[in-house]
Design a protein around this ligand. Structure first.
Ligand code: GDP
Ligand code: ZN
Length: 358
């Protein structure tokens, strides 16, 4: 059953390729969506109309700051960055907010030349996590229009953290986005961690690599090619080393954007997008690094816990917590050796943290 859902995802349109081909399935026009929603920080006379703007082009949102959004504008002739505000007439009811990965239209104000986001394309995918209770369970969207999440972990130094992978898998499942598990520093280990076997059955792909020996790097390149990937993992596992190895001489583009800002890096709030010279892009979003902070209803955990998927829905009680109930399909599966005890313990641990948050 777990497999069928994965196969389903494989049939989804390839977001990167659609973007490259300019083949975005979007019939909306700005006028459809136009609705005057004045914002306090925008001057009254800007509320007027589209005619006040010259369209510069479409682009992808790289960073979102409190007062402005950085967009990489793409078209055949120019490639430039814009630091934009939201046009006052934009109807954002379908969009919680502009997010990293959004495709947006950038226009310049005829008078003054300031840049504004004047339209947004419908999103194809979104990576989110359930928001805190006090915000009415509103989800927090971390990135949109992405093809996959690439979680980097290391076999040693720091030790393989299976519990964290489970959390990422839950987030991926919750968002219905494929997850690739990269296991770095293979040069330090003689064998694969035992629990990796579990993930081979659950993750969409598992890739052992080493920056030092070069093992698996070609495969990783291939996995990243022509896709938008969120690239994440705990600190020290070798994300920067991997990116530097894969893209020699990088950093220039993003460095430029930051320089214009004049305030240095906003490491806590902003995400970044790096384009890969061979096609595709990796997005680093700080929001997902603290995967321990998300908040899901404890009773919903089992529905998005990928290791349980083959047995889910087969318990005697429909509200089974899979912790102690009789005739629980999950507990039976463990007793019959079909489901790994390690994954079950991980479920218990995540459940405990969710309960503690209530
Ligand atoms: P990040 O925090 O995930 O960006 O991790 P870094 O790229 O800064 O790497 C952390 C440390 O791990 C550095 O000292 C790297 O030299 C080291 N490192 C990265 N990749 C490998 C690898 O494949 N093998 C070994 N032995 N060390 C690595
Ligand atoms: Zn059960």
């Amino acid at each position: 059953m777990a497999k069928s859902r994965r196969q389903d995802r494989e049939k989804r349109p390839d977001i990167f390729k659609q973007w490259q081909a300019g083949d975005w399935k979007d019939e909306h026009t700005l006028k459809d969506r136009r609705r005057l929603t004045p914002k306090r920080h925008v001057k009254k006379d800007l509320e007027v109309s589209l005619e006040a703007f010259d369209v510069v082009g479409w682009g992808r949102v790289l960073e979102v700051h409190r007062r402005s959004t950085v967009v990489a504008i793409e078209n055949a002739e120019v490639e430039e960055y814009a630091r934009c505000r939201l046009a006052p007439f934009l109807d954002l009811s379908d969009y919680s907010a502009v997010t990293v990965g959004d495709w947006v239209q950038v226009s310049k104000l005829k008078q003054g030349g300031e840049e504004f986001i004047t339209d947004i394309r419908p999103r194809v995918s979104k990576l989110s996590r359930p928001g805190p209770d006090d915000r009415e369970h509103r989800e927090q969207i971390l990135a949109v229009n992405i093809d996959q999440i690439v979680v980097v972990s290391s076999v040693l130094q720091p030790a393989f953290n299976a519990g964290l992978i489970d959390r990422y898998l839950v987030a991926a499942e919750y968002s219905n986005i494929p997850l690739v598990l990269v296991l770095n520093k293979m040069d330090l280990a003689d064998e694969l961690p035992e629990e990796l076997e579990d993930f081979k059955a659950i993750a969409d792909k598992v890739l052992p690599v080493s920056v030092v020996s070069g093992e698996g790097l070609e495969d990783l390149r291939e996995v990243l090619k022509d896709r938008f990937s969120v690239f994440t993992g705990s600190s020290g596992v070798g994300k920067s080393s991997l990116v530097n190895k894969l893209i020699p001489g990088l950093d220039i583009r993003i460095g430029d954007v930051r320089e214009k800002d004049g305030k240095g890096r906003h490491t806590t709030t902003s995400s970044t997008l790096l384009e890969l010279p061979w096609g595709g892009a990796v997005i680093d979003t700080p929001g997902i690094r603290g995967m321990g902070l998300w908040d899901l209803k404890p009773s919903d955990l089992a529905t998005v816990f990928p290791a349980f998927e083959p047995w889910f829905g087969h318990c005697k009680f429909s509200n089974c917590s899979h912790l102690h109930e009789p005739e629980c399909a999950i507990i039976d599966a463990i007793e019959e050796g079909e489901l790994s005890v390690a994954r079950f313990h991980s479920y218990e641990r995540i459940m405990m943290t969710l309960e503690a948050r209530k």
